[in-house]
Design a protein around this ligand. Sequence first.
Ligand code: APR
Length: 306
Amino acid sequence: MKITVVGAGNVGATLAQRLIEKDFADIALVDVVEGIPQGKALDMRQSANALGFTHKLAGSNSYDVTAGSSIIVITAGIARKPGMTRDELIGINARIVREVVEKALSLSPDAIFIIVTNPVDAMTYLALKASGLPRNRVFGLSGVLDGGRLAAFIAEELNVNASDVVPCVMGEHGGSMVVYPRFTTVNGKPLADLVDEEKQKALAERTVNGGAEIVGYLKTGSAFYAPSASVAHMVKAVVTGSGVQMNCAAYLDGEYGLSDVVVGVPVKLGRTGIQEIVELPLNDDESATLKTSAEAVRKTITALNL
Ligand code: APR
């Protein structure tokens, strides 16, 4: 099996490292900047003796190395700068994502696409339309990362392990994302029963601002350790065909009363990509916030002028 990572920047290169260390597939790393994918791939290959992995890793500016990939992860784009909203990135990143999808798909017609480039919901919609692929094969990183952030904050607050938390963050991977305390559990107990409403609100707010908090510290560039770990988790579910449920940016066709839009929802991931979109029994308020979030994504999608 081969997995391609397009974009050898912070997220892409760290993802390539995480994937090659799992040793379940060959990795192709592609970037437009001359020397970067070659140099980073060469550096990673020289870790094989110490780490013991046996799969191949190639870095290139050409898509030739990607031919026959089963999974293509797109991290290519411009990272959010301090003070810049995700939506301001849209024009530049839309052109990049379209170009990458077209080039990569021509050499890997059976691939599953995982989109990471922001604004990810709109970029996933664009990738879906540009590729003409069925929706099970094109989805994006959102809830695994946002939920990972929520889990980290809950772990600090309640003095539990982050792995004791099953987070539930849905909607846009952006300012209108929705944290669901009734569907977020800590050792099986709903968060809504464990902390008061004020604390729930504070946890949700920090989660929504999770990416910006890191950008504020880094000054240049944005988060990449948790984003790459989140994508690796999604890739693993596809490679192993585990059917594990996690929240991803997915195209909805009537689920949750929403159509022709991409937002974060719980899905089961397996060898064919999205095996099933899971519909949680949201109450009226919970449903309304998801709809509001979907409308925010729809505005970004409209701005794409597809
Ligand atoms: N084809 C291939 N690679 C490209 C292209 C292209 N057309 N355009 C840009 N790139 C590459 C850049 O050269 C750079 O190496 O994409 C890489 C992006 O890396 P970084 O700038 O380090 O950004 P990163 O932090 O990795 O984030 C990538 O993921 O989380 C999102 O918002 C983030 O959209 C951003 C993406």
